[in-house]
Ligand binder design. Structure first.
Ligand SMILES: Cc1cc2nc3c(=O)[nH]c(=O)nc-3n(C[C@H](O)[C@H](O)[C@H](O)COP(=O)(O)O)c2cc1C
Length: 378
C-alpha cells in the first residue's frame, strides 16, 4: 500500500484484480476514445504559476458543493455496475466517501440499491437519475431516493441513447453480464474477486429488479434496459422531475454554453460540465477545454461543477481555477475500489488530497477556495 503513490498505480493493481470485461468497462470510451483521451491530456497543457516566500501555513481544502460542506471539492461520480468492480462496491465506496467527508453519488444503474447504500451510511448521499420510458418506475425511483434521505438528485442529460464502446462489444459485456465460457475464464483468473462475489447476494441491478414492472429476473432485465432509455427527454421534463423531487437538483452532462444557459433557467442548483467520461459523443471536446467558457457564460446564475479526466489533485485545482466550484472523479475511485475495495477508494481520495495540498502551497495559496484564474500561467 505504501508504494501506491498515484491513481495510475491503483489502475495497474485494479487491472490485475478485476476480470477483464469489468476492468475494460471502466477503462473505455466511445468509438475511437479520442474524447476519453483528451479529457486527461488537456489537463497537461495547463500550467500553474509557482510563487515563493508567501505564508503557506494553515492550509485548508474545505469548501462547499451545493451548500454542503465538503472536506475537499471532489465528489464520487455516479458509475454503473460499480458492484462488479468489487463485491458490494457501491456500499463500500459510499462508506469511504462518508468517512472522508466528500459526497458519494449512486447511479440508477448500480448493483447495490438505494436502500442497500442507505443501510450502511449515516449521512445523506446523492442519487443519479436516468429518465427512462417507464415513468411509473422513474417516479418510484425519485420517491425511493427521497425516502432514503438523499440530499441531491443528479439528473443525467447526456445518455438518451447509449454511445458505442467497442471494448464492451468485443468483450460481450451486457447488462446484466452473461456467463459464457470466455467470461467464466476471465473470472476464474481473478480468484479473489470470485470469492468476494460468491459471498454477496448483490450481483444484479438492484435498483431495478423487483421494482420495475415485469422485471423479476435477469433475462427480462436485459430486454428492459435496451428498450428503456428515453430518446424523447426534453427541457420540459426537467420541470416535472424538479417538482416531484423537491430538493437540490444537479444537471449532469452539459458541454455547450447554450445548453448551460438553458440549464441555468430551469432553476437547478448546479450543472456538471461533463462528456460522461468520454463514453458518449466521441469527438466532443474535453470537459476541461470548455469549462471556462461555460463558467463565464452562466456567471453566478448557477453553480458549476465538472468531471472528466481528473487523475490528480493538480487536475482538481486546475478545474477550480477555471471556474468549477466542485469536481467529480469516476475512474480514479473505480480503480481504487477494484484494486483494494473500500481502502482503495480511501487511498484514491488521499492521493488526490495530498497532491492538492502540496500544489496549493507551491502556488502560494492557503485556501482552496482562493484558487482562481490568477494561479494559472496564460
Ligand atoms: C464505468 C463507468 C460507468 C458510468 N456510469 C454512469 C452512470 O451510470 N450514470 C452517469 O450519470 N454517469 C456515468 N458515468 C460517467 C461518470 O459519472 C463521470 O461523468 C465520468 O466517469 C467522469 O470521468 P472520469 O472517469 O474520467 O473521472 C460512468 C463512468 C464510468 C467510467
Amino acid at each position: 500500500m505504501s508504494m501506491i503513490l498515484t491513481i495510475a498505480d491503483l489502475k495497474d493493481l485494479a487491472r490485475r484484480r478485476v476480470p477483464k470485461m469489468f476492468f475494460d468497462y471502466a477503462d473505455s470510451g466511445g468509438w475511437t476514445e479520442s474524447t476519453y483521451r483528451a479529457n486527461e491530456e488537456d489537463f497537461q497543457k495547463i500550467k500553474f504559476r509557482q510563487r515563493v516566500l508567501v505564508d503557506m501555513s494553515n492550509r485548508s481544502l474545505e469548501s462547499t458543493m451545493i451548500g454542503e460542506k465538503v472536506a475537499m471539492p471532489v465528489a464520487l461520480a455516479p458509475t454503473g455496475m460499480t458492484g462488479m468492480q468489487h463485491p458490494d462496491g457501491e456500499m463500500l465506496a459510499a462508506q469511504a466517501a462518508e468517512e472522508f467527508g466528500v459526497p458519494f453519488t449512486l447511479s440508477t444503474m448500480s448493483i447495490c440499491s438505494i436502500e442497500d447504500v442507505a443501510s450502511v451510511t449515516k449521512k445523506p448521499f446523492w442519487f443519479q437519475l436516468y429518465v427512462l420510458r417507464d415513468k411509473d418506475f422513474v417516479l418510484n425511483l425519485i420517491d425511493r431516493a427521497k425516502a432514503a434521505k438523499c440530499s441531491a438528485l443528479v439528473l443525467t442529460l447526456d445518455l438518451q441513447i447509449l454511445g458505442q464502446r467497442h471494448k464492451d462489444i468485443r468483450n460481450g459485456l451486457s447488462a446484466p453480464p452473461r456467463f459464457t465460457p470466455k467470461h467464466i475464464w476471465q473470472m476464474a483468473t481473478r480468484p479473489g474477486w470470485c470469492i468476494g462475489m460468491a459471498g454477496t447476494q448483490r450481483r444484479t441491478f438492484r435498483n431495478i429488479v423487483g421494482h420495475a414492472k415485469g422485471v423479476g429476473d435477469l433475462t427480462s432485465l436485459s430486454s428492459w434496459t435496451t428498450e428503456q432509455f428515453d430518446p424523447h427527454l426534453s427541457w420540459k421534463d426537467v420541470a416535472w422531475i424538479k417538482e416531484r423531487w423537491g430538493g437540490k437538483l444537479i444537471l449532469k452532462g452539459i458541454l455547450d454554453k447554450e445548453d448551460a444557459l438553458m440549464a441555468a433557467k430551469t432553476g437547478a442548483d448546479a450543472i456538471i460540465v461533463s462528456n460522461h467520461g468520454g463514453r458518449q459523443l466521441d469527438g466532443a471536446p474535453s470537459s476541461i477545454e470548455v469549462l471556462e467558457e461555460i463558467a463565464d457564460a452562466v456567471g453566478d446564475t448557477i453553480e458549476v461543477h465538472m468531471d472528466g479526466g481528473i487523475r490528480s489533485g493538480q487536475d482538481v485545482l486546475k478545474a477550480l481555477c477555471l471556474g468549477a466550484k466542485g469536481t467529480y472523479i469516476g475512474r480514479p475511485f473505480l480503480y481504487g475500489l477494484g484494486a483494494l475495495g473500500k481502502d482503495g477508494v480511501t487511498k484514491a481520495l488521499e492521493i488526490i488530497r495530498k497532491e492538492m495540498d502540496i500544489t496549493l502551497a507551491l502556488c502560494g495559496k492557503r485556501l482552496v477556495t482562493d484558487m482562481g484564474k490568477d494561479q494559472l500561467r496564460r
